[in-house]
Ligand binder design. Structure first.
Ligand SMILES: Cc1cc2nc3c(=O)[nH]c(=O)nc-3n(C[C@H](O)[C@H](O)[C@H](O)COP(=O)(O)OP(=O)(O)OC[C@H]3O[C@@H](n4cnc5c(N)ncnc54)[C@H](O)[C@@H]3O)c2cc1C
Length: 395
């Protein structure tokens, strides 16, 4: 049997017909940039005014895209996914707040998350955004530091703040290693990414000696990332550690292009989608060909990429359930990929955000804005939902 994403019965078996109808309604709203712009402006205002919209949000957008308000609540969602052979990547979906005290709270929270993941049998990873535990300004300054003429970063207070960020990550990775849970370090905008990459390499060199605990994220919409992935791999071989590579296309295309244009530097983003796709698939193949020393997590909703990579695995004689190869899609999207891959024995997971409703809403709004700017993706989701609803009606 070869892999196919056509089967909507498999894809949506975990959803009731009423859930599917709600999902169809929601996705059709997200498809409209005007509706998304309106919702992103009005929802926070309604929340601030204390209007009773939490119930509505909880039963609609929250239910579709979020695991729950607490770890315990998201355990119910993750157990349901587990019963279909689907794994989970936990993501504390609260937007980053500035301040050392907040960074420490987030660190503690991530450690709790790792402890919790270790008690479940289908949560192999937690995701970490460095902007949750480090100041944006600090990351921006450190990003520039190596480019300064002296090449030396000479701010003592910033060095101390960076040291604290390192310590937070070390505390997180120590627990992750002890409990055998993978840490996925998210990729962010180019103007803060360099320190994240440097820290990721350092952490991998400490924690990825025998198995991969830390994964860095490579955004293949950047025209330098295929090379950077290969460079990271070379460094890992020289320094004798294993590389963890999470591959994405990248979420900030419009922002990146706009900033490059405004500030008069060449855009770091590929000139067209085809070039992004080419690099994404090439990066995946490179990782598969080097699977002795690279563990791979493919985070994509792109059907062609998922099929091509599954094909490459077969050609290279890599079993579907190889523990070094994982696939992942966001909770509430790409179910036709996730559930059909799970049935075929692949390691596939849902990226599951959770957190208190008022704090997760801004995150969801940002995601909705990203999605409405990704042409085609939501349209496909809508077609699949309609197909399944039609199939159920005809039964
Ligand atoms: C589990 C998971 C984790 C993720 N983690 C991160 C993360 O840490 N950091 C991050 O930045 N993103 C992350 N993302 C989002 C990801 O980068 C993409 O934005 C999203 O998945 C859409 O890409 P795709 O491969 O799924 O689908 P596709 O529809 O095939 O690709 C859409 C993407 O292609 C690129 N693209 C579109 N048009 C063009 C164009 N004209 N020129 C060049 N490139 C173009 C853009 O990156 C766009 O987002 C994650 C996604 C998932 C599923």
């Amino acid at each position: 049997m070869s892999l196919s994403f056509e089967n909507t019965h498999n894809a949506f078996a975990y959803k009731s017909t009423s859930d599917l109808k709600k999902a169809k309604f929601l996705i059709s709203i997200i498809q409209s940039p005007i509706m998304v712009a309106l919702a992103t402006k009005l929802t926070p205002v309604f929340i601030k005014l204390g209007l009773p919209i939490n119930g509505l949000l909880r039963s609609t957008v929250f239910k579709q895209f979020v695991g729950g308000e607490t770890l315990e609540e998201s355990a119910r969602t993750s157990k349901l996914l587990g019963s279909y052979g689907v794994q989970v990547i936990l993501d504390y979906g609260v937007e980053a707040k500035e301040g050392e005290a907040n960074f420490d709270i987030v660190t503690e929270h991530i450690i709790e998350e790792i402890d919790f993941a270790a008690t479940q049998n289908n949560i192999p990873f937690v995701s970490v955004k460095l902007t949750g535990i480090a100041s944006h300004k600090l990351l921006e300054n450190l990003n520039e530091a190596p480019r300064l003429r002296s090449g030396v970063h000479d701010s003592e207070s910033e060095d101390a703040a960076w040291q604290r960020v390192r310590e937070r990550m070390v505390a997180i990775c120590d627990v992750a290693q002890e409990k055998g849970i993978g840490i996925l370090l998210d990729a962010e905008e180019t103007w803060i990414q360099d320190p994240i990459d440097r820290l990721a390499i350092e952490l991998m060199s400490i924690y990825n000696k025998e198995k991969v605990i830390v994964y860095n994220t490579y955004q293949l919409y950047r025209n330098d990332r295929l090379h950077f992935l290969q460079l990271s791999h070379r460094i890992s071989k020289e320094k004798n550690f294993l590389l963890g590579a999470k591959l994405v296309r990248g979420a900030y295309m419009e922002k990146e292009r706009a900033r490059a244009q405004k500030n008069g530097y060449p855009s770091p983003i590929h000139i067209d989608k085809e070039s992004t796709d080419k690099d994404f698939n090439a990066a995946a193949l490179y990782c598969l060909e080097n699977k002795e020393t690279i563990s791979l997590l493919l985070a994509t909703h792109n059907e062609k990429s998922n099929l091509q990579i599954a094909n490459n695995m077969q050609q290279l004689g890599i079993p579907n359930n190889s523990h070094q190869i994982h696939f992942s899609q966001l909770y509430g999207m790409g179910d036709h990929i996730t559930f059909n891959m799970a049935i075929m024995g692949y390691n596939v997971s849902k990226y599951l955000p959770y957190g208190p409703i008022n704090e997760v809403i801004p995150y969801l709004m940002r995601r909705a804005e990203e999605n409405s700017s990704v042409n085609g993706q939501t349209n496909n989701e809508l077609l699949l939902l309609k197909k399944e609803l039609k199939r159920r009606k005809a039964k």
